[in-house]
Design a protein around this ligand. Structure first.
Ligand code: CDV
Length: 308
């Protein structure tokens, strides 16, 4: 029988800069209801799912900047999501911009169970882009608007398995998955906002989707975990964001994938016991890993080539 979990990846189309939180939450609720109708236990939303991807702009006015962050989760505008989760008996993952009570600004996500209770929080570790605008480019100013995540990569017992979270650029780094795998993760949930074009590297445009799926599939395979990657997609405020929302098995296979660049549900029933089977094939960590030989991974950030 296995440990069956039905997951709906809720891809979002673009969100306009002036789109009200209440209108976005209505879209999220509509997707949650669709997920429930599809039999889902869990619905997964993208990174920064409540607003436009505001790090593309320089926003100097503090009041204007503040309106992109949540000061409480749930807050008055997001409470309907938690109420619906409880009413429908469905959990969710939500990416949002967090203004922390203790100080600090984070690109965060929460994992919420079927009773509408938060069971885990994550703050994005790998912040891409710059703090200051780069002349002539589409801006990626996450380092202006967020502090680096300070919660590590925690995992949580939930949905009959062990669940971890990460956000967008994190998915490109093998350490992300490995740190969770060393805590027994079976299901990694993540959301992303990924530009389809890089002004600095137009010759790489044709790799954008490949480089989206490749690290998630490799992360799933090498760490024997399911991965659910969810896009905010489409033409948002003049910037093309890739789609490619997908559900990936621990074999590395994509088992379900979005077909559009709009609001779309991608649903699959997965068996978390597959994780155990895949681990037995190649990746018995306790038996084969050699942490004493991997010390540089935690001691060094940048590459230092040998001297001549
Ligand atoms: N939101 C992101 O983290 N985006 C990055 C882009 C800037 C490369 C990504 O890895 O998709």
């Amino acid at each position: 029988m296995g440990r069956l979990v039905t997951v709906s990846a809720a891809q979002l189309g673009p969100i306009g800069r002036e789109e009200k939180r209440a209108a976005v939450v209505r879209r999220l609720l509509h997707l949650m209801e669709g997920a429930k109708a599809a039999g889902a236990d869990l619905v997964v939303y993208p990174e920064l799912a409540l607003t436009s991807f505001f790090p593309r702009w320089v926003i100097d006015d503090p009041a204007e900047r503040a309106r992109f962050y949540e000061t409480a989760m749930p807050g008055p505008e997001t409470q309907p999501l938690f109420d619906a989760a409880r009413r429908l008996g469905i959990g969710f993952f939500l990416g949002y911009a967090e203004k922390a009570e203790e100080g600090g600004w984070y690109n965060s996500s929460v994992l919420v169970d079927k009773t509408g209770t938060i069971i885990g929080k994550y703050r994005k570790v790998h912040l891409p882009g710059t703090s200051d605008p780069v002349p002539g480019a589409v801006q990626q100013l996450e380092r202006r608007y967020f502090d680096p995540g300070n919660l590590g990569f925690p995992v949580f017992r939930a949905f009959d398995g062990i669940v971890g979270m990460c956000l967008c650029n994190d998915r490109r780094w093998p350490e992300t998955y490995r740190v969770m795998a060393l805590q027994g993760v079976e299901l990694v949930l993540l959301g992303y906002n990924t530009p389809a074009h890089l002004a600095s590297m137009p010759q790489h445009d044709r790799f954008r989707m490949f480089h989206n799926h490749l690290p998630m599939q490799a992360g799933a395979y090498q760490n024997t975990t399911f991965v659910v990657g969810v896009a905010k997609a489409g033409l948002e405020e003049g910037e093309d964001l890739i789609g490619g929302t997908c559900i990936i098995a621990p074999t590395g296979e994509i088992v379900a994938e979005a077909k559009t660049l709009g609001d779309e549900l991608v649903t699959a029933t997965i068996d978390l016991d597959e994780v155990r089977d895949c681990r037995a094939v190649n990746f018995d960590f306790a038996l084969y890993r050699r942490p004493d030989q991997y010390r540089l991974i935690t001691e060094r950030a940048g590459a230092v080539p040998p001297t001549d």
